[in-house]
Design a protein around this ligand. Structure first.
Ligand code: HEC
Ligand code: HEC
Ligand code: HEC
Ligand code: HEC
Length: 231
């Protein structure tokens, strides 16, 4: 009797062990068949083109924003604050109470918006991370030069002539360095009328717009000729 009980319990144990091992290997087999879906992360983009998407969370808002006809900027006015094409614009409003390196400037220039005091829309900065704004942007203390100069003006590239064919996406006529963040200049109420994009919702700008491959020619060093003999 004892012997028979021993054999039965041995088989019961073996049976339980079989179930457990089979179950374990069955579960493992299931796991192998499971391919985890990868989360989208910021390094999903090409690093060199990541700047393009910096403001894409606002793209649909830009698309639905009405145009404020009374306060539209023209390219002509846009160039007025710039010594040459691509130069940091000078600050056309008072800055007395605004400190260097403070976040004051970003209160208006991070996302733009209408400022009653200046009766204009603040332009959105393409580089909110460069926190020392007044290192590069200076207040306008005079409308004339301190001293006459023979430095040649570099003309800005023309707009509206960069399409290969009618209806094709125009090539980007300007450099991309410090202009990675397309929507900051090309969308919203502070964007100059001529370059305000009709399709801010197509966020992957560089999928369709390619930079012109014009070779930058070397220019000779600038030398000042004597203009003022009374110095
Ligand atoms: C109260 C909101 C406000 C604050 C704060 C402010 N700005 Fe402005 N800024 C504006 C507005 C509005 C304009 C457009 C003015 C115009 O077109 O006449 C402007 C224009 C500019 C421009 C010219 C932009 C262009 O595209 O030509 C620069 C540069 C600038 N601001 C820099 C600064 C800096 C640097 C600071 C911090 C020291 C600062 N701003 C703080 C509202 C502000
Ligand atoms: C390292 C120098 C540098 C610093 C620091 C800097 N900027 Fe600029 N900024 C520039 C240059 C250069 C341009 C012109 C870019 C161009 O036309 O390609 C510019 C352009 C701008 C424009 C006009 C964008 C447009 O529509 O063309 C605004 C507004 C602006 N900056 C605001 C700011 C604010 C606000 C800060 C501080 C948070 C700041 N900048 C810090 C160099 C700088
Ligand atoms: C600092 C502001 C600024 C940024 C950032 C910027 N642009 Fe521009 N873009 C301009 C200005 C101003 C013009 C007019 C020509 C000039 O002055 O360079 C222009 C012109 C263009 C044109 C020609 C439009 C036409 O009708 O011929 C295209 C296309 C363009 N930009 C695409 C882009 C793309 C794509 C990006 C992002 C990689 C970008 N831009 C980033 C300011 C900017
Ligand atoms: C799917 C392709 C595509 C994408 C993505 C795209 N564009 Fe365009 N873009 C075009 C075409 C096509 C035109 C020419 C439209 C025409 O001539 O009617 C154009 C025209 C433009 C112009 C000239 C003014 C205008 O609106 O007609 C600018 C500036 C511009 N695009 C900037 C941008 C910016 C900034 C982005 C990213 C937010 C962008 N584009 C994304 C295809 C594209």
């Amino acid at each position: 009797m004892k012997k028979r009980l021993g054999i039965i319990s041995l088989f019961v144990l073996l049976f339980i062990a079989f179930i457990a091992i089979w179950n374990f290997s069955y579960q493992q087999g299931l796991e192998e068949a499971y391919i985890p879906v990868e989360e989208r992360s910021s390094d999903y983009y090409l690093p060199s083109e990541a700047g393009v998407f910096e403001r894409s969370e606002y793209a649909t808002e830009y698309a639905n924003m009405p145009v404020d006809e009374n306060h539209q900027r023209l390219l002509k006015d846009y160039y007025k604050n710039r010594a040459y094409h691509g130069a940091p614009p000078s600050i056309p409003h008072p800055v007395e109470e605004m400190n260097l390196g403070d976040n004051t400037c970003l209160k208006c220039h991070q996302n733009g918006g209408f400022v009653n005091k200046y009766k204009a829309y603040a332009s959105v900065t393409p580089h909110p991370e460069m926190i020392n704004c007044r290192q590069c942007h200076v207040a306008q203390n005079s409308n004339t030069l301190f001293k006459a100069t023979n430095m040649a003006q570099v003309n800005a590239p023309k707009v509206g002539v960069n399409n290969a064919l009618i209806g094709t996406p125009p090539m980007i006529p300007h450099q991309i360095q410090m202009r990675e963040n397309c929507l900051s200049c090309h969308a919203g109420p502070a964007a100059p009328k001529e370059i305000r994009v009709t399709h801010p919702e197509r966020v992957n700008c560089r999928q369709c717009h390619v930079p012109t491959d014009k070779v930058v020619s070397e220019i000779t060093p600038f030398s000042r000729t004597k203009i003022d003999s009374n110095e």
